[in-house]
Design a protein around this ligand. Structure first.
Ligand SMILES: C[S@@+](CC[C@H](N)C(=O)[O-])C[C@H]1O[C@@H](n2cnc3c(N)ncnc32)[C@H](O)[C@@H]1O
Length: 341
């Protein structure tokens, strides 16, 4: 099968330097900068509005509570307070129980689960914002994995430099039940080289099944696909197998078949649960990225190469990332897709 997009140079594109005078920037860089500034302004407005809303809500709840206990006898007041405390205790106990169950599942996965590596050796190619975005995606992957009945055993390899610094800043990261390695997977898993499969949209091989004996590697990269073919080249140079997800067998995409790290992890997790690619793709790939579902499973494999989403969508994606950042790692709702390629 043909690779789904042509190779282009993997040389990093010049990025607008903040210190560079705006007049010296290219037309594209100016547009990008303006878009960034609009997004920053929108983000600040949204943050202020959310803060205000939270304040109002806290105040409303406080008033509601005070009204509910005003005008009742002391005896009734004690009862109401006790009932409230007991409810709180129950909730905390439930949370603790869920946390322990999650821990058990992840510990078990360490021994018996499907190994999935996120290769984070690309931080030198990403902007600080892209690194932050990747860290958000990794947080999201960990949260989703923890909620699965059949979690995978996640690895982060090549954790060096800025990437490592940012990962260490994640609250509770040191307690994550994963394999975290500063070295590359190719060193750490040298004795399992034959089992390594680098997942890449540029592979000519299609992943048919997940094999528990294999170790699937995902490129930890947020690059809006400016480094086309970079993971494919890396795997080929290292002499390890590659495979692409069988998206073309089930879906027509409105744009590229290149998915985000968290989408790929989620698809693998869904597949581990269902053993059904179609269900997994439909559950994870956002509607807007699909052009037409082929229920007979014979969608053609042609894709457009345009991954430039419109501004509105980009801003929504960033909002998703912001939302996931604000939430505790364990509490990211499953319907929030982190969606920055
Ligand atoms: C945002 S993509 C990075 C794209 C990058 N330009 C590259 O060449 O890999 C993140 C990673 O998700 C995985 N991935 C994305 N789409 C995929 C697909 N259709 N099939 C297999 N793996 C995919 C790859 O491991 C990829 O490196």
């Amino acid at each position: 099968m043909e690779p789904n997009h042509e190779r282009e140079s993997t040389v990093p594109l010049p990025k607008p330097e903040p210190s560079q005078p705006t007049s010296e920037l290219s037309k594209n860089a100016k547009k990008k900068l303006a878009r960034q500034e609009r997004w920053e302004a929108k983000k600040a407005d949204k943050k202020a509005a959310a803060k205000e809303q939270k304040k109002k809500e806290t105040e409303r709840k406080r008033k509601e509570w005070e009204e509910s206990i005003a005008g009742i006898t002391e005896e009734e007041r004690v009862k109401v307070i006790e009932a409230r405390m007991s409810l709180r205790k129950e909730r905390m106990e439930k949370r603790l129980e869920e946390k322990n169950e999650k821990k058990e599942r992840l510990v078990k996965a360490k021994e018996l689960g499907q190994n999935v590596v996120v290769d984070v050796e690309f931080s030198h190619l990403m902007t600080p914002q892209e690194i932050r975005s990747l860290v958000q995606q990794i947080m999201y992957c960990y949260a989703v994995n923890g909620r699965c009945d059949t979690p995978a055993h996640l690895w982060l390899t090549g954790c060096e430099g800025e990437m490592d610094n940012q990962l260490k800043k994640i609250p509770g990261f040191d307690k994550w039940i994963i394999e975290k390695e500063n070295k590359s997977y190719i060193e750490v898993l040298a004795d399992r080289k034959d089992d390594l499969v680098y997942l890449t949209a540029d592979s000519e091989d299609v992943l048919e099944e997940l094999d528990l004996k294999k170790i699937y590697i995902i490129g930890g990269l947020v690059d809006r696909n400016r480094f086309k073919g970079i993971t494919m080249e890396k795997a080929q140079e290292q002499g390890i197998r590659t495979a692409k997800l069988p998206i073309g067998n089930f879906l027509k995409m409105s744009s590229s078949q290149v998915l985000t790290v968290n989408q790929v992890v989620e698809i693998l997790l869904k597949f581990l649960e269902t053993r059904d690619w179609k269900t997994s793709f439909f559950a994870v790939i956002p509607q807007r990225k699909r052009s037409q579902a082929d229920s007979e499973g014979n969608a053609d494999n042609t894709v457009d190469e345009d991954i430039d989403e419109d501004e509105e969508e980009e801003s929504e994606q960033k909002d998703d990332l912001l939302t996931s950042k604000k939430q505790c790692v364990e509490e990211i709702p499953s319907n929030k897709l982190v969606d920055e390629v």
